[in-house]
Write a protein that binds this ligand. Structure first.
Ligand SMILES: [Zn+2]
Ligand SMILES: [Zn+2]
Length: 142
């Protein structure tokens, strides 16, 4: 499938429509993501926020990441579904948890990051580009 994508939490209080393709799709095994994702990795698509239309209230919880950036996880305050992530170093784009997206959206991770924090039982698709921690930032847009 291609844009627009639609998303909803488990209870339906938060919905979104996203009218753009993601910048990237990644799987993250950092410790904070494991807490958000029931012990496994989060699977995330980065989208420009100006392509998103959101209905309902999103609750945010922030923490300071290893990089020193402020990272916030957004979730439904009613049902707890993980929905968004945002990072103070990445203005203008938010991560959307793939589980929030509806139906057969067709998006899948191309890389797995923070593998040094993954549990020893983690199974990571060898086809994914793999990084022990955060991958280097992309070169500036020309
Ligand atoms: Zn909900
Ligand atoms: Zn993470």
């Amino acid at each position: 499938m291609t844009a627009p994508y639609s998303g909803s939490c488990n209870c339906g209080a938060v919905t979104a429509t996203i009218a753009a393709e993601p910048v990237w799709v990644r799987q993250c095994w950092c410790g904070q993501c494991q807490k958000a994702a029931a012990g496994s990795a989060t699977n995330n698509a980065l989208f420009a926020t100006d392509a998103m239309a959101i209905t309902g209230d999103v609750a945010w919880k922030g923490y300071t990441a290893a990089s020193g950036n402020t990272v916030e996880q957004g979730f439904c305050p009613t049902c707890g579904t993980p929905i968004f992530g945002r990072n103070s170093s990445r203005q203008g784009s938010w991560v959307v948890r793939l589980g929030f997206l509806d139906g057969d959206h067709g998006l899948k991770p191309a890389s797995a990051i923070w593998l040094e924090e993954a549990p020893e039982w983690a199974v990571v698709d060898p086809a994914l580009e793999q990084f022990p921690r955060q991958p280097p930032p992309p070169p500036p847009a020309s």
